[in-house]
Write a protein that binds this ligand. Sequence first.
Ligand code: ZN
Ligand code: CU
Length: 496
Amino acid sequence: MSEEHLDLVIRGVAIYDGGGAEPSVGDVAIRGVRIAEVGAVARKGSREIEGRGLALAPGFIDVHSHDDFAVFTSPEMDFKVMQGVTTDVVGNCGLGVAPGAVGRAMFQGWTGAAQVPQWDDYAGYLEAFDREPASLNVAVLAGHGTLRAAAMGNECRPPAPHELDAMRRWLGDALDAGAVGLSTGLIYQPGCHANTEEIIELARELATRGGLYASHMRDEGAGLLDSIRETIRIGEEGGAPVQISHHKASGAENWGKVRESLALIEAARARGVDVTADQYPYTSGSTSLIAVVQNDALGEGRGGMGKVLPEGVLFASMPKHPEREGRRLKAMCDEWNVSGKEAAERIVNEEGVGAVVVVETMHEDDVRAVLRHPTTMIGSDGIAIGSRPHPRLYGTFPRVLGRYAREERLFSMAEGIRRMTSMAAEKFRLEDRGWIRPGYFADLVLFDPNKIADVGSYDSPRQYPCGIVSVIVNGRAVMSDGKHTGARPGRALRRG
Ligand code: ZN
Ligand code: CU
């Protein structure tokens, strides 16, 4: 046993180790950035926390975030830290930060002229984060949409050989720099112009250098099952592990299809394909209004979202008309005396991609079926903009544990925690994270298992959850007794 001092000992706490086993009461000691001892800790720590009646889990890993810029523009990342998230995986849905100029232009369509450091490539992004860390850790996916935009603009055709080579080279550089994989957004421009073969070519790069393939699939509505097949085929032929982003059936006419999509995942796994999914625990999604329009969701619903009704579209962020935030598209239809489609087009013309909406698209039974399934981990898909962001930005993780584990008993608290810790760390290859074990990084959440719950609503989303007591990132408290400490001990995580 080491004679070195202990910085912090949390005593008498119910320890959920992250692996899904029922908790055992004991002590957890931290020295520096790592966990030093777990069990009965004899020596005293420089600081001690009485954990009786509380639970301790590994820090939650948000495998699906869009905080690529937010980690610089709001480095305290309160909306994530206060719900127990200690690591964000950014770069989802094909939207990445490099090549730098293109990534910046794409993100600033959402955020306006945000103050962020300069970077050219993924190595530069990760280094910039290390120089100006946030309160939580960040891991990054390369975004196919951004690579494609840089190589060939918004062209609707297969890439020429030199254009594919450019994408492949940038992706290779990203993976060498420590990116955890490649994401696509095949429902969005320019990603939607890519055929399956293009993505398979890029997935081969993942097979060579390591890294997973995460996809916002081409169609989450009528074509859901074909999209699942396409996504699995890309992983299978390219040789890369697969992550299906925000697994759902979108549009009332498609509800129930998740039974078959889950069966397709099971069948692929049975033949040895490493395919899993993530999900946010809500029946509404959120995206740019322009994507709703481009997918014909307010018309016939022929795109990848199914049909959406004007009363089901809530304005989250309208940079040029903030007074509209919190209103519904239906109100604009009535005011202007036009159809939902026309009203949406008018708003998109004014706002561009900056118009972000919350959209009612899912059925609660489907949400539960996906969440209950053992292949589903947790990703918020939160977008940190506007006055009415989707409440998932603040509440995803406490909602899974409070509403779905404790109240509805979809699974045990231990299993819910596993989905947001060890399962995520293993899939995204985040080394020495996701478990409470000696030698692992001290990313920890201390919470009250009887109280943990999300608080925000669609009308009032910017509210911290309840029941979280303290959050530790790399051995330092970022939230203590319910308050953010201001500490920014996050690290850029490179694929282990
Ligand atoms: Zn997405
Ligand atoms: Cu997303």
